[in-house]
Design a protein. Sequence first.
Length: 535
Amino acid sequence: MVAAAAVLLDYGSDLIFFQDSWELLMNRRDFTVAALMEPHGEHIVLIPALLQQLSLRLFRMDSMTPDLMVLIALLLGVAACLFVYVRRRLGPWPALLAATLLLFLGPAWQDLLWPFQITLVGSALCGLAALLVLEGGDRRWDPAACALLILAFGFSSLGLPFAVAAGVEILLRRRERGLGRLYVVAVPLLLYAGWYVGWGHDAPSQVSADNVLDSPRYAGEGLVASLDALFALGTIFDEPVARSQWSLPLLIALLALVAYGGFRGRGFTRGLWPVLAGGAGFWLLAGFNEMAGREPYSSRYLYVGVLFLLLVAANLLERVRMNRLGLVAAGAVTLVVVGFNLVPLREGRDFFQQQTVLTRSDLGAIEIAAGTVEPGFRLPPEISGTVFLNEIEAAEYLRAVDEYGSPAYSPAELAAAPEEGRRQADLVLANALPLGIETGLAPSPAAGRCVRMSAGDTKRGLPLSPGLMTIHIPAKGEGAVRLRRFAATEWPLRAEELPAGSTARLFIPRDRSQRPWRLQVEPLSALLCGGAFAA
């Protein structure tokens, strides 16, 4: 657990908020009923919204590290609960191996590095803890199990599969413990139903007859994807899980294990059915809501899928006692799998780092343009370079910055950022200020303050001051105008193929950065008139 925490902190400490996190930061910063109870997707996010608000007030918005530490704490909690669950059935060494596989499950990189995923991880922790309490058999702890299931629902709708598992556990023990304990499941389900009637029914839903009928196929693919992720086979970062040559053998081996567990001795152990029902419920419910981005091989689903696989395997192997040689072999396999699974984890970290550069650059550009940007200005992919900033609106973002600080690059940091971020910042700036560029036919310029660019200016770019200038293309030959500000190797803003004899009017508003825009014009005989070029 210490090693996993160190790796995740090292990988994630320099990252910034991503995708769904911005919905909480932009729309749920106040302690209002709507902010806490409105659904995110089809999920309740009461506890994540509360934790995000607490983090904002304690640590501000400058860094995501406090949020990451909360995620890591929950991940360690799930691993600890899994260890206890497996140890009860197989002993401490198999329990250690199972927990290690989950802690370093690289294909589930979204759940391990993206703090928003406390939604699923928190539900998994509370749901598994509730199962452990119910297994203990002491009815005095039933209220604790009920409270844990309520917390599981408070994190996300993943509480439903764990409520199913808890219900099966109670029904299986009804003869010795009675059915009065069903309140443990009934109370959380009633509270969830109340939330759904009050707020959740307004959430967009992908549930359809086609998805419901297709959900067994979805569950099967989810099982295969989880097997591949567990054993580091066939899982490629950011790509559909390519079923490796081992997928079918692994599936056959799992079925053989099921048959072995069923026919050896006295059949299946009673503990198998709750986790089997919970796992099936998870994949089937996910299948009901299938859409683009919610495929069964999605990284964020693999963590929960592998967790249920390990719980099922622990019950199937409960009557098997491994000798020392078998434990050594299993340990060696675990170390190899962990080594391979660190590869997609590093690739996931690299993806988040790329998104961090784009996010900090784009937001830095909005802050530079704060004086003139339209309140409703947003960041579509064609100017931001990413599809993950759709929750950000300029006015709301700038209000959040005033209240809780900025996660963006400062102008000085932006000037030293990777080129990809600098290029996108120029595009965002041009649209946020906005730069005014108009082209059309115009008479020859009157005598006045005009210059022609030198060859050196064309290469470096002519520095510009805020203001208005006109660019006159000569009567012979087409022209081109290119602009950049923070970019160093590219000219992100381009007006190509200006007709001969045309005039381009360029207006540069003042903003919060002293760094000049630079202009490149072709041909050299073009005439530049006005004050903007006098920087």
